[in-house]
Ligand binder design. Sequence first.
Ligand code: DGL
Length: 282
Amino acid sequence: MPDRAPLHPPQFGVRVGVFDSGVGGLSILRALRAHLPHAALLYVADSANAPYGEKSEDFIIGRSLHIAAFLVSQGAQVLVVACNTATAAAVHALRQAHPHLPIVGIEPGVKPAVAASRLKKVGVMATPGTLASAKFARLVAAHEADAEIVLQPCPGLAAAIETGDLDSPTVRELVTTFTRPLKAAGVDTVVLGCTHYPFVAPLIVAEMGEGVQLVDTAEAVARHTTRLVQRVIKADDADDTLVASTGSEADVSLWTSASPAALGDIVHRWLGIGARAAALPS
Ligand code: DGL
């Protein structure tokens, strides 16, 4: 039994590493911040190599291993792969490389969408890489008896969002193009199967109509991560392994393989956070 009362609130200073091909994982970071207000969140955007959805599996595995090693070197005690494409390609390799690190992978929310769909007609918007993966094929196979699942690859959409202009003609055109077949198929629920897409959710709703529900897994990922963080805290069982966090809101540090200034600007505009951004060591 500890002989002193805890000095800090739960999750104080626990370090959670988060990465994505670019800025899409900020939709996950936003939910993590709300669920883990006393954690230190370390975010890597591999924007120089985005989009992953049109890259080879070997390339994505290599980048994921490099970024995970960097986050661990910065003290990450839990890792969140805030990218459906990187999870599909690399989560297995990450778990092999870091057998003691709790790792949260993400996948398109097909299961909750099938449960929520009244008409049992679900659309999935995702990158070509996610939709072509064996992991995603298993996910669809597990649910296709319960609903019609319409798959919509969205090449170019993550890259267009990555520019930071959510209202550009290119973003608008791509959203129109990729929602058209889903509308024609009569789906009533659309899975946002890429972490970039929640940032254009209003455009997707405008195209699909108010009656359509969008399924985003950020909240579920944040809840699951919180459970893993609680386990880390119990395992540590001592304040001296925890690193000080500065305030009442999660302390966020950012790294990118592209422009730190551009990442800092997007994080400020999209999440309202003023955080330090630095170059990711190569
Ligand atoms: N945000 C990513 C995902 O969830 C990937 C986008 C990309 O780089 O293609 O799949």
